[in-house]
Design a protein around this ligand. Structure first.
Ligand SMILES: *Cc1c(COP(=O)(O)O)cnc(C)c1O
Length: 464
């Protein structure tokens, strides 16, 4: 009878007294163990209600409770391995930081810092001061400031210049960047009116000119980032917009999105504007992300004319969008690397992944496939295939990079099962599925990660 069976369920106390639980309690806090035990016993109770012939084994209960408690002890936000072929993967934390940035973050995290003091005078300083001069030197801008992310930078600037006024923008630039960032919505939430000009594919300088009224607060250009219109297209250059703005006495802003600080054609990527280009075009305010092509921490960088950057800084919203010390530490260390461009390309992982040569990629693919073959044997068909990596993070659509992937296909388990197996690891491993095979694009892998993948793959054999 179910009733008898339920009575055989061990008590919480008897599970707690089990030698394996006692051993586990050295590493796992008691409330977590208790919760796990209760949870496993509850599940057992429910299982018995459904099927009274189920076996009750204390060792199984103990093992399940420990596994569940260990899972709870594990950090939720933790290291992952990105073999998706998307270099700037927002879900996987966008830019991987340079060693210098990691060291700077760690050193600031461990103690007090000079965040808002001027060491020379001993007086209160500005947290932005740590990066302002570097950003000015690198871009040629008169002034710079930093906020939480680029969405915040756009919100702050649009609100500063056009609250209660019009923001003129081309219909071809009313983009959604992803993660709830839609340009028209941001303009509205900044308290501004959107004035659309031109058409999706063609907007002329005369369209902007005709839209200017005494109510105009800002002319905004937004880099379309994640899509590309090809064919019969036309848009004024940022220099033309800046000139129009000067004549009309209206600030002009360029939301660059990615914000490259070096000419990416050096790395084989075409048509990505640099922040310096927009400064030279005489644009008043320019914004870009810290953690896209720049390869730093999540931040929104605003550079431009002193008068306009000052206004943004004085906006009360700036306090709410303030950047924290760890972000600044990582940002400062990363942008310092750009003083030596050649070194920056080697030291900043985002740029290093973009510029990895096919022969370097091939070497990684060979290593991974050979190691996988040696443990998976004939169970899995392991190949090296040509694939395309993407820069990602809403950057450089249509500019895919030739890469190599190690692909796994088996008659013993589905691609779905294997992708889940690799993901449900203490260091989750992410690939992608195409035509029922699991694909690991090796472009963004580091050597030590190859061994983690191989180690996890051992379990695939038992999964059948
Ligand atoms: C990515 C992007 C943003 C948002 O930047 P976050 O740093 O992700 O907040 C805004 N504008 C453009 C054009 C972008 O590409």
């Amino acid at each position: 009878m179910t009733h008898d069976k339920l009575r055989q369920i061990p008590s919480v106390d008897s599970v707690l007294a089990h030698p394996m639980i006692i051993a586990a309690s050295h590493n796992i806090a008691r409330p977590i163990l208790l919760r796990a035990i209760r949870h496993v016993l509850d599940e057992l109770r429910q299982a018995i209600h459904q099927n009274e012939s189920i076996a009750i084994e204390i060792d199984t209960v103990v093992a399940e409770a420990i596994a569940s408690a260990e899972q709870e002890m594990q950090s939720s936000l933790r290291k992952a391995i990105n073999a998706t072929g998307i270099i700037l993967h927002t879900g996987l934390g966008r830019a991987v930081l340079a060693d210098a940035a990691c060291e700077a973050i760690s050193s600031i995290a461990y103690g007090h810092s000079t965040l808002e003091v001027d060491v020379e005078s001993g007086r209160r300083g500005s947290r932005i001061g740590h990066v302002e001069d570097i950003l000015k030197n690198l871009t040629g801008a008169e002034a710079a400031t930093v906020v939480n992310n680029n969405a915040a930078a756009v919100l702050l600037a649009v609100n500063t210049f056009a609250e209660g006024k019009d923001v003129i923008i081309s219909r071809g630039q009313l983009v959604e960047i992803g993660g709830q960032f839609r340009v028209p919505d941001v303009i509205k939430s900044a308290g501004c009116r959107l004035v659309e000009v031109g058409t999706t594919n063609r907007t002329r300088i005369s369209d902007y000119e005709a839209a200017i009224t005494p109510d105009t607060g800002l002319i905004l250009r937004v880099h379309p980032s994640n899509f590309k219109i090809v064919g019969f297209t036309e848009e004024p250059t940022i220099a033309e917009l800046a000139k129009l703005g000067k004549e009309a006495g209206i600030p002009v802003m360029d939301d660059l999105g990615s914000g490259a600080l070096i000419d990416l054609s050096l790395l084989g990527i075409k048509d990505e504007p640099t922040a310096q280009d927009s400064v030279r075009a005489n644009c008043d305010v320019i914004s870009f992300s810290g953690d896209k092509l720049l390869g730093a921490t999540q931040a929104g960088i605003l550079i431009g004319k002193t008068e306009f950057i000052e206004k943004c800084r004085k906006n009360p919203l700036a306090r709410a969008l303030r950047v924290d010390k760890l972000t600044l530490a990582g940002l400062e260390a990363t942008i310092r690397l750009y003083y030596d461009q050649e070194n920056a390309i080697k030291a900043i992982p985002t740029l290093r992944y973009i510029s990895r040569s096919l022969s370097q990629i091939e070497k990684l693919a060979d290593e991974l496939s050979e190691k996988l073959r040696s443990i998976l044997g004939i169970l899995v068909d392991i190949r090296i295939e040509n694939v395309m990596s993407q820069v990602g993070g809403g950057s450089l659509p249509g500019q895919n990079l030739e890469s190599k992937a190690v692909t796994l296909r088996s008659d013993h388990f589905s691609a779905e099962d294997s992708i889940n197996w690799f993901r449900k690891h203490k260091v989750p491993i992410f690939g992608r599925i195409e035509n029922d095979r699991l694909i690991f694009d090796v472009r963004t892998l580091e050597s030590e990660e190859i061994d983690i993948i191989v180690d996890r793959a051992r379990g695939l054999v038992d999964m059948e």
